[in-house]
Design a protein. Structure first.
Length: 152
């Protein structure tokens, strides 16, 4: 395997983040939140399924579930989530699904997402999403094998 200078610099830049996200460092975090008591950074989880894109939620339409505050773009989406939160909440507690498949935790961004077989998976960035998409079933299996152990 050959690393380009750009890839090597990217790995070097991520080292402090990777250390901070080790299971030991993350052990005190709730599974549904990362650095923020607002689940998935305030993005409406239902919109990923109904609008096929990330949509900012609003505190005007919030639901408390599983130790976190979830925001929605409409009262209808909030009610949909409240009726069956497990159907809309992201797998791996909102952490990066690709990172979970590799045995560590990472925060996510709204733009890096996948709905696969009716489940929402979030990723740390678009590059992590590219890697995730190379073997979604294998990455899901690896992530499930690591989960929830990566929480510490």
């Amino acid at each position: 395997m050959t690393l380009t200078r750009r890839a090597a610099l990217g790995l070097f830049a991520m080292a402090p983040v990777a250390y901070a996200l080790t299971p030991k460092a993350a052990s005190a975090m709730e599974p549904q939140i990362f650095q923020n008591p607002i689940a998935i950074n305030g993005t409406d989880p239902v919109a990923y399924f109904t609008m096929s894109k990330p949509v900012p939620g609003s505190a005007d339409h919030k639901v408390m579930w599983n130790g976190a505050e979830w925001h929605f773009s409409s009262a209808e989406n909030a009610a949909t989530f409240q009726a069956n939160p497990e159907a809309y909440a992201p797998v791996f507690g909102g952490y990066c699904a690709y990172a979970a498949s590799k045995g560590y935790l990472a925060p996510t961004v709204p733009e890096a997402w996948t709905v696969h077989e009716g489940k929402l998976y979030l990723n740390a960035n678009l590059r992590a999403r590219e890697l995730w998409l190379q073997d979604v079933p294998g990455n899901i299996a690896a992530g499930l094998a690591n989960w929830p152990g990566v929480l510490g």
